[in-house]
Design a protein around this ligand. Structure first.
Ligand SMILES: [Zn+2]
Ligand SMILES: [Zn+2]
Length: 327
């Protein structure tokens, strides 16, 4: 197999030939057809997440077909198309797992961070954390759903039922969430980097009723806002934009420090929350709805070997939607 490997924090991924791996008991080997590039991959490369495991193959938006089953795998078959998400394993016995909150498991494994991921021609996964994807839809177009879509879906649920939804940071996740929110009958207000007219037009093309810079106030008060961007300074801005009892949901795994702000911004029962990881139920719920919602992902394809270019382009905001690696 071939893979793009992170040997040490802050360095380029290295294209590496390595021996094929065999799935252990309860595992599957998946021939990767496409793997999305997520902002979390940048956090992994930059060393912004605690306790990295190195060397590591990043990538946790994996679409591929099973080419080998480990012993004891009964629910999946060879040749079946599956998606492999960020949540790679949970312990099943900690208080969070037992309370149906496996996204907060005390002893988890995360694909592309603490177990090898999909920037490769093949990946070994725990069969219980793979989602059957069926045969409808293009591999590369589906890949961003596995994290950007799933985390967006979970964030949307936590944001609540309010009609006016703000999205701060209009990248891979927001471009999917905007379509889901619109399908749910919500009005989407998109906040981009100030002056990013192209991205604001992109948001409107996906149904946003308003798009502007993150330094602007929306024309109506928001019922909830989801922050996908990694800038802590967006938190007080979002709190300022939501109505009384409105919610602000931080959806990123990493964010710069939140500046201090007047208590008035939180007063009147406004809520500030974060979203962490996903549960398998989130994945099943969301992926079942995808065909009905008719989500169209905007993707830019890169060859596996060009993963470093894809990461650099993501960092610089050089494409709309999501980057996807094709081995
Ligand atoms: Zn657990
Ligand atoms: Zn991700």
């Amino acid at each position: 197999m071939q893979a793009m490997v992170l040997q040490s924090i802050g360095t380029d991924l290295q294209f590496t030939d390595m021996p094929d791996r065999l799935p252990g008991p309860g595992q599957i080997r998946v021939k990767v057809a496409a793997c999305g590039v997520c902002r979390t991959d940048l956090h992994v490369v930059d060393g912004e997440l605690p306790n990295p495991v190195l060397p590591i193959i990043p990538g946790h938006e994996i679409v591929g077909r099973i080419d080998r089953l480990g012993s004891g795998v009964e629910d999946l078959r060879s040749g079946e198309r599956v998606g492999i998400p960020w949540l790679g394993h949970t312990c099943g016995i900690c208080p969070y797992c037992r309370a149906q909150r496996e996204n907060l498991c005390d002893a988890p494994l995360f694909t592309g961070f603490t177990r090898d991921g999909g920037f490769a021609t093949a990946v070994i996964a725990d069969a219980r954390y793979a989602f059957p994807l069926g045969d409808t839809g293009d591999d590369a177009a589906l890949a961003p759903l596995l994290c950007a879509g799933l985390i967006g879906w979970r964030s949307l649920g936590i944001a609540g039922d309010g009609k006016n939804l703000g999205l701060y940071g209009f990248g891979a996740a927001a471009h999917i969430v905007a379509q889901v929110a619109r399908w749910q009958g919500k009005s989407v207000f998109a906040f981009t980097r100030p002056g990013d007219i192209a991205n604001q037009a992109f948001a409107k093309s996906l149904g946003a009723v308003w798009a502007g810079g993150s330094d602007e106030a929306p024309p109506e008060k928001l019922d909830a806002a989801i922050i996908f961007a990694t800038l802590g300074e967006l938190v007080p801005l979002a709190l300022k934009s939501v109505r009384k009892a409105g919610r602000v949901v931080c959806a990123g795994i990493h964010m710069s420090d939140i500046p201090s702000f007047a208590y008035d911004l939180l007063w009147e029962e406004r809520q500030l929350l974060s979203v962490a990881n996903l549960t398998r139920q989130d994945g099943l719920d969301f992926l079942r709805l995808v065909p009905e919602i008719g989500i169209i992902t905007k993707i830019t394809r890169y060859a596996l070997r060009n993963a470093n270019t894809a990461l650099a382009d993501l960092r610089a905001g050089r494409f709309e939607g999501a980057a996807v690696l094709i081995p």
